[in-house]
Design a protein around this ligand. Structure first.
Ligand SMILES: Nc1ncnc2c1ncn2[C@@H]1O[C@H](COP(=O)(O)OP(=O)(O)OP(=O)(O)O)[C@@H](O)[C@H]1O
Length: 275
């Protein structure tokens, strides 16, 4: 296991009710895990707990079996291993140019300039940002800012990447580009946990799904097993991906009319794991 929450409770200061309530869940190592749940169920809060920005009032969070410590040094180490990409890049980007922003985390880790420079050049190339290296951050499009946010985190080579709704506001082309980038990141050995409302993406991309409901674990499992729980997901007002409904319709058609070539063609288009 990479990260494990054990009976975690978190209440925002000045509020009465916990938004994370007795949450016990583990993020499986080396998988692509999707975190889903209604608006306000606690996904972002879970991420902020996961990389130590918030500290639970009850319960424990452990990274590779070791309970988190909240002193400055431990947090810097944790945030190198557990990288968080915020939903809104404005919360992430702090420097004035792209290259400076990517260098920020490495400076914090105490890298020297001669170590930082090649790492930045590599990162700029990997994320298609070389031409934008010296551009002011505030001139970038949202899609470009999201790419810089991801580069900021990936330059630290985290073992676990937390992505908070990374496809929000991306057009189809940039969503596909993100999917390819994430494939490379995952293939290079990084565990990914992504919060998203896009159930089609979850069905095609994830190999593990965690469903949160009002700060507690409602369901977890492979996309196939989780999305088979249609009545629970309907009750949680999440529903299931359209693809699942279409597949059951195709199964029904096949039973009645045999394996027609068009059914075969539609099945190919619906094939999972290819966002
Ligand atoms: N700083 C804060 N102070 C008080 N309450 C907060 C704060 N931030 C979030 N909350 C509340 O905590 C709950 C969980 O919010 P959170 O942002 O974690 O949910 P989420 O699942 O990420 O939502 P979404 O899908 O809309 O992004 C919500 O009820 C929210 O209003």
């Amino acid at each position: 296991m990479s990260l494990a929450f054990d009976q975690v409770e978190y209440t925002y200061p000045g509020t009465k009710n916990p938004v994370i309530q007795g949450l016990t869940v583990e993020i499986p190592i080396a998988k692509r895990t999707a975190l889903i749940g209604q608006n306000g169920c606690g996904k972002t809060t879970l991420f902020l707990l996961a990389n130590g920005l918030y500290k639970p009032q009850r319960g424990t969070i452990a990274w590779k079996g070791q309970t988190l410590s909240y002193d400055r040094r431990s947090l810097i180490e944790l945030r190198q291993k557990v990288g968080l990409v915020f939903q809104n890049p404005e919360q992430q980007l702090i420097a004035s140019t792209v290259a400076e922003d990517i260098s920020y985390g490495l400076c914090n880790l105490g890298w020297t300039e001669s170590e930082i420079e090649p790492a930045i050049a590599k990162s700029l190339a990997e994320f298609g940002l070389t031409e934008l290296a010296h551009h002011p951050i505030h001139h970038l499009s949202l899609g470009q800012k999201k790419r810089v946010s991801l580069a900021d985190v990936m330059v630290l080579k985290p073992e676990l990447l937390l992505l908070d709704e990374p496809t929000a506001y991306l057009d189809p082309l940039h969503t596909r580009m993100l999917a390819q980038t994430l494939e490379t990141i995952h293939a290079n050995g990084t565990t990914i946990l992504m919060a998203t409302h896009d159930l089609e993406w979850v069905y095609r991309w994830a190999d593990w799904v965690i469903v949160l409901d009002r700060g507690t674990l409602a369901l977890e499992g492979t996309p196939q097993t989780v999305f088979a729980q249609k009545s629970i997901l309907d009750h949680l007002k999440l529903g299931v991906p359209l693809t699942i409904d279409l597949i059951s319709l195709l199964n029904h058609l096949e039973e009645q009319h045999g394996n027609h070539p068009i059914i075969h063609q539609i099945r190919e288009r619906l094939h999972p794991n290819q966002p």
